[in-house]
Design a protein around this ligand. Structure first.
Ligand SMILES: [Fe+2]
Ligand SMILES: [Fe+2]
Length: 251
């Protein structure tokens, strides 16, 4: 594998507020990420939603007390749990816009809020399609990444499907047309990679929730981007690591 261009520490589904999920555990997980990031090329922290469980201020403040202290570049978007009880207002107060972009010499990230108040279903919306196309079209020669909370394709080992993004077909069409390289999301609490044509779609697991599925445990994913290649390493809560998948990556 050639020299890495960038490393994305992909965290999702923290679920502060759930019984047994503590701010102390979040601090420990993020400290370990920062330690690895210190020796990684162009590190970025990406958090794809469900920071909280009920979207309540006390949960948000617990998450923000750790995440907002991170000094490497970070991109944080909400998930369906964060928009319960109209929590999007508190998200914006503590973490800024619900839609974000990030660009460096190597990559361009468009991060979308796929959640809606008090609705567990995912949705991106036609009103955003041109913005996504324009952003990726001006990012030629960069790794183009679309991040969101919900999944665009159903994930195995997660039981019956009911939360694929409602406009998934149209969103996939927009992303493929704009030569998106990689989609990163969470929500299902199970890691999985799909390839759709030349596009790679990766679903990470939950950082801290007890609501894991089957034999899966809590984790985050280290996504290493190299010229024309990506690898996904599962970094478990207990400190162990496992290379999960690798794939060619289009620019
Ligand atoms: Fe979740
Ligand atoms: Fe979720």
């Amino acid at each position: 594998m050639s020299e890495p261009l960038a490393t994305i520490f992909h965290v999702s589904d923290i679920h502060i507020g759930e019984a047994g999920v503590t701010v102390k555990d979040l601090k420990k997980a993020i400290s370990s990420i920062e330690e690895t990031a210190a020796s990684s090329p162009s590190p970025i922290l990406l958090v794809t939603g469900d920071l909280t469980t009920e979207g309540l201020r006390e949960e948000y403040e617990g998450a923000a007390s750790v995440l907002n202290e991170v000094t490497i570049p970070k991109v944080i978007i909400p998930g369906n749990h964060d928009e319960r009880n109209y929590g999007s207002v508190i998200f914006e107060e503590l973490f800024g816009d619900r839609f974000k972009t990030f660009e460096s010499d190597q990559l361009a990230i468009f991060a979308a809020d796929s959640a809606e108040p008090d609705n567990d279903s995912g949705h991106v919306g036609r009103v955003k399609y041109n913005e996504i196309r324009d952003f990726f079209n001006q990012a030629k020669n960069k790794v183009k990444i679309f991040a969101l909370h919900h999944h665009l394709i159903a994930v195995p080992h997660t039981g019956r499907e009911h939360n694929v993004v409602e406009d998934a077909g149209d969103v996939l069409g927009v992303l493929d047309g704009a030569r998106c390289s990689l989609v990163l999301n969470g929500h299902r609490h199970v890691p999985w990679m799909w390839r759709l044509g030349e596009m790679v779609l990766y679903n990470t697991g939950t950082l801290l929730s007890r609501r894991v599925r089957g034999a899966m445990t809590q984790l985050h994913t280290r996504v290493v981007l190299s010229p024309e290649q990506v690898s996904f390493t599962l970094c478990y809560k207990n400190g162990k690591e496992r290379l999960f998948a690798e794939s060619p990556l289009r620019i």
